[in-house]
Each structure stands twice: as C-alpha cells, then as structure tokens.
Unconditional design. Structure first.
Length: 75
C-alpha cells in the first residue's frame, strides 16, 4: 500500500512538472530565441581564446613569465 502511494506521488509530480513545462513553452516569450546572443558570444570567445592559445602557448607563457619576473625583481 505504501509503494502505491509513492507511485501516485511520483506520477502527480511528473504530471505537474510536465504541465508547467508545457505552459512555459506555449507562452511565446519575445525574449526567447533559438540561441541567445550571450551564448553565441561566449562560445565564440572561447573558440577565439583556444585558437590563439594553441599555436602561441609557449610564447604567451614566456611573455607572462618575463613580465612577472621584471615586476617582482624591480624592488
């Protein structure tokens, strides 16, 4: 009997969740698009960082190391 109650609660929760999701998707939010602009900008920025970092990694590490050592040794 207790297991049947758990199943009924799970079914009720699933039904309520699906109903809320369906209602939200049907609303037609004007701010909603296929891909929000901030997602596109974030992905493009990450791709640009990787495109620069991969071929120039050693040069970047050397430049940062030199810059930090020149700042710390200037005392």
């Amino acid at each position: 009997m207790e297991e049947e109650g758990r199943r009924m609660r799970a079914y009720a929760l699933l039904t309520a969740t699906l109903h809320a999701l369906t209602a939200r998707l049907r609303e037609g939010d004007p701010e909603r698009g296929d891909v929000p602009g901030w997602v596109m900008i974030t992905v493009m920025t990450a791709a640009l960082v990787l495109a620069i970092l991969i071929p120039f990694r050693e040069a970047i590490v050397t430049a940062v190391t030199n810059a930090l050592s020149s700042v710390t040794s200037a005392q």
